[in-house]
Design a protein around this ligand. Structure first.
Ligand code: FAD
Ligand code: DLZ
Ligand code: SF4
Length: 513
């Protein structure tokens, strides 16, 4: 029989290792829409449409190139409902002499895939996913014997390996990292150019109808679906980013403005994570924007660092720390996820705007995820497992390998500081400095305690007080306790009482999705 090549929903790259090593005449490409992937978390409707539509477009492209594609739709009455079940059916149909597949992005799927060799009568070859700069073995070697795994040092290795922004052995401009230039508050009246939107074509409209029919109660809005679903559309999106937004990307990377959901971000994460864009190619293009004088070094270095630094690093971290990372809860946080994370019904204007953007776009930008949503969950002590599930469900770019390290380790400090040297905890002043959220908020960011106080203010101190045994010894945070200890006792009691009142009144989400 032929070689069976299963291609998963985040493997939509024509250069995929399993396709590169195969002969068209001798191969059946298997693509599977399965209930298990559609329901393992309650995905945002746009995320469901994005994956399924992009899969259908990719299958059509492969067929047009002459590949034999066996495509199973979600509403096929014979659908077995899981990758393993569908591969079993395909083995019956095609009697393959071998199965060749690229390793999956998620641990859950890897565990299932490792059973295939025993289940099926033919050999199963699981190939490394070489769409990353660092192999998993390379990351393990780098991590081996290190006490803390700081992204910055790994990033320098990736700069040397790729030669990106290098002048010989030295970093361009003399420094590795220009992040200190990338923390500008937004200027009054700042407005980013709009990004290209991709209207749903017939394939996407079919998927939209299917998702509305099968998942009517999932979170999210489909009227505003306009993600790129093909490599060509993703290139158009990338072109627009390089031409119109890269130059300001660095400066306003941490800025937040009410109702401006994209600002100067690339909005390319969905396309990169699905495999429609090659991250290394994007980095080379960004570098040439710098070399040709069209974008400043801080923007270009920042963009490249997100891709060959953070993105590569969190992937290595995920595979190093799984399966424990999914259960990690170093700070023993035990509060249920609040209902407003789904409804957006809160007087906290920053959070309401972030939940609204998440609902409307299946996207929020990094600082909204980290310093508004993540910071709130950290300070309020929300259960990591519930926060993780929410992030995995609601963002169109969420695959567990990238979501989990960002949520558990970066935002919630649930790993106890392997990734971050201290918790990203901040009071309302940080959000006020970096955004225009606070002016029209029903809470006062300058009020520290009492019913009008910005909840981030008392929650900040409540968090530090509650977690003192775990955090006091941290040299980067210990001195904050000196400030706390110097406050008079009445003030400290007011902080704790204000936090307690706020937390008591937080309605939990229960089973509501
Ligand atoms: P840009 O700001 O334009 O950045 C460029 C690219 O760099 C992104 O497309 C992305 O591929 C990469 N990148 C940037 N930051 C990170 C990071 N911290 N980790 C990995 N890659 C990064 N990113 C995801 O792709 N999927 C997730 O599920 C996800 N969950 C997150 C959860 C939390 C709590 C936090 C703090 C961050 C999360 N991120 C996640 C990282 C980051 O927020 C998104 O990649 C980014 O907002 C995507 O928008 P963009 O393409 O406009 O990014
Ligand atoms: C996210 C997702 C969804 C919603 N549906 C599918 C699907 O039906 N078929 C598929 O191949 N992939 C889907 N995906 C992406 C997978 O969850 C992703 O490829 C794996 O989790 C990676 O290990
Ligand atoms: Fe958010 Fe506090 Fe500002 Fe309101 S005052 S927008 S709750 S940071």
């Amino acid at each position: 029989g032929p070689v069976l090549v299963p291609v998963l929903g985040d493997q939509l790259s024509h250069s995929l290792a399993s396709l590169r090593g195969s002969e068209k005449a001798d191969t059946v490409v298997l693509m599977m829409e399965v209930a298990e992937e559609a329901t393992y978390v309650p995905h945002h409707k746009q995320k469901l449409v994005l994956f399924l539509s992009a899969m259908r477009h990719f299958a059509a492209e492969l067929a047009a190139e002459g590949w034999r594609v066996d495509y199973i739709t979600l509403d096929d009455p014979a659908n077995a409902g899981s990758f393993t079940g569908e591969v079993a059916r395909a083995v019956e149909r095609h009697n393959p002499r071998a199965i060749r597949v690229v390793e999956p992005g998620e641990w859950r799927v890897r565990a299932a895939m490792e059973q295939w060799a025993d289940k099926f009568p033919c050999p199963v070859d699981i190939l490394p996913d070489d769409r990353f700069v660092a192999s998993l073995a390379e990351f393990r070697d780098w991590a081996d014997g290190r006490k803390a795994l700081r992204m910055e040092y790994f990033y320098r290795e990736m700069r040397r390996k790729t030669g990106l922004l290098m002048d010989g052995g030295e970093p361009v401009g003399g420094q590795w990292n220009y992040d200190h230039d990338n923390r500008e508050p937004p200027k009054k009246g700042l407005k980013a150019p709009p990004r290209p939107l991709f209207a749903p074509d017939a394939i996407t409209r079919d998927v939209i109808a299917m998702v509305e029919a099968r998942f009517p109660d999932n979170f999210g809005n489909l009227a505003s679906f306009h993600w790129p679903v093909t490599a060509a559309q993703a290139q158009t999106a990338a072109d627009a980013f390089f031409a119109e937004r890269l130059a300001d990307f660095g400066q306003y990377q941490d800025a937040m403005l009410f109702g401006q959901d994209d600002l100067f971000h690339s909005m390319l994460s969905t396309s990169i994570n699905l495999g429609l864009l090659d991250p290394l190619d994007l980095c080379r293009r960004a570098e040439s924007e710098y070399r040709e004088g069209r974008a400043p070094l801080n923007s270009v270095e920042g963009f490249i660092r997100q891709l060959i630094g953070w993105r590569e690093y969190v992937r290595g971290f995920y595979w190093l720390k799984m399966p424990g990372l999914a259960q990690a809860n170093e700070l023993a946080a035990n509060r249920p996820l609040p209902a407003f994370w789904w409804t957006g019904e809160t007087d906290m204007r920053c959070l309401a705007d972030c939940v609204r953007s998440t609902h409307d776009n299946a996207h929020a930008h990094h600082i909204q995820r980290l310093m508004v949503l993540g910071n709130f969950a950290l300070l309020a002590g929300i259960r990591p497992a519930e926060v993780q599930e929410w992030f995995l469900a609601v963002y169109a770019d969420a695959l567990e390998w990238v979501e989990l390290p960002n949520v558990a380790a970066m935002a919630l400090y649930a790993d106890g500081g392997m990734l971050a040297s201290k918790p990203y905890a901040a009071s309302g002043a940080y959000i006020d400095r970096m955004s225009d959220y606070c002016g029209k908020c029903r809470y006062k960011v300058s009020a520290k305690t009492g019913p009008d106080a910005c909840p981030f203010n008392p929650l900040y101190w409540d968090f530090l007080h509650r977690n003192r045994p775990a955090l006091e010894a941290n040299p980067r945070i210990g001195r904050i306790y000196a400030t706390w200890d110097r406050m008079d006792e009445g003030k400290r009691a007011d902080y704790l009482a204000t936090a307690e009142t706020f937390l008591r009144e937080l309605a939990p989400a229960n089973a509501e999705k």
